[in-house]
Design a protein around this ligand. Sequence first.
Ligand code: FNR
Length: 381
Amino acid sequence: MKPASVADYRELARRRLPPMFFEYIDGGSYAEATLRRNVADMEAIALRQRVMRDMSQLDLSVEIFGQKLSMPVGLAPVGMAGMYARRGEVQAARAAAEAGIPFCLSTVSVCSVDEVAAAGTPPWFQLYMLKDRGYMRELLGRAKAAGCRVLVFTVDLPLPGARYRDVRSGFSGATALSGALNTAWQGMTHPGWSWDVYQNGKPHTLGNVQSAVNGGRRVTDFLGWIARNFDRSVTWADLDFVREVWDGPIVIKGVLDPEDARDAVKAGAQGLVVSNHGGRQLDGVRSSISALPAIVDAVGSDLEVFMDGGVRSGLDVLKALALGAKACFLGRAWAYALGAGGQPMVEKMLGTIRSELSTAMVLTGCVSAASADKLLLDVAS
Ligand code: FNR
C-alpha cells in the first residue's frame, strides 16, 4: 500500500511492528475514551470555507523562541522510538530537520540526547521529573551540553497510567521468561522489524538513563526502573530546581486546566502544551482541542500556547491554530510513520501534513499561519 494519510501509516506500522510495539504506540489508558475524544472532537470542528480571494502567496511559517519553523508543527516526545525503527530517534530528528520543524526528544528514548544531537540538529529535550535529583541535574547538564535550547517539562505523568493493551500484548506485566519468549516469537513473526531493529538497531537501552540503571539489558528493565522512579511529590516549586540548571525556554507539557495554566505562568514558564498525553494518562478527561480555548483566554498573552492530541492531518493543525494554538505537536502520526519505514516515511508524512495545511489555508482564506484565528471556523459547529 502506498500511504496517503496518517491512517495509512498506522496500517503500515501495524503490519511491520511486533504487536507489543504497535499496541504501545496505538493504545491509550483504561477504556481509551479520551484517546477517542481527542480525535472525535477535532473532527467535529467545522472549517469555514471562503472562496475567490487571492491565495497565491501563503506563509506557513511561525516563529517560536526565536526559531523559525517552516510550518506550525513539531514532533512531540515519544518514548522508545528506537524500537520502532533502527536508531529511530535519529531518523525522526533528521526528518524533522529536513522539514524545518523541531523534534522533541523524550527522556525515555533509545538514542541518547548526545547521539541525536551528534547526528544533526540538537533536539528540544523532554524531561520527566525522577526522584533522583542528582541524576536529573546531570541529565539536564548533558542536554544543555549537547546544544538543546528548549526544555519540555512533562507534568502529567507523576505515575504511569494503566494501559490495558500493553498487558494483553505482553509489553508490560510479563515475567522475565514469558517476556523473553513473547519478544522472540513476535520478532520471528515480524522479520522486517527483526532485521532492521533487533539485529541492526542495537543497543536497545534507554540512552538517557543508561548510566542510572545498573544491570539493565532489555528495554523493559529500563521501563521498570523509570516506573519506580517517577516522582509524585513534584510541585511548581520544583521548577526552581530546573531553572537553576536550565537557562533556555521551559515549556510545561500536560496542562488541561486554566488554573494550572495560570500557575505555569506564575512559575515562570515560557510555554505550555495543552495535552492529555494523547489519552495515555487519565482516561475520561476532556480532549486537548476542547481544553484549548479556555487556556488561550487565560494565559495566551503571557506565554506560547501549543497543543497536542488527536492531530492527524494538516486540517487539524489549522483548527488548532484557529482556536489559539501557536503550533501543534504530532505524537502518534510520526511514530506510525517511523514504524512504517523510518526517516523516509516520516518525511513523506510531514509532506502530507504540509500540503493538507496549505489546502486548508487556501480554502479558508488564511494567508499566514501566524495570523490564523477563530474566523477560520464555522461558528455553527
Ligand atoms: C507518548 N507521549 C510522551 N510524552 C512525553 O512527554 N514523553 C514521552 O516519553 C512520551 N512517550 C510517548 C510514547 C508514545 C508511543 C506515544 C503515542 C505518546 C505523549 C506525546 O508526547 C503526545 O502528548 C501525544 O502523543 C499526543 O497525542 P497524539 O498526537 O498521539 O494523538
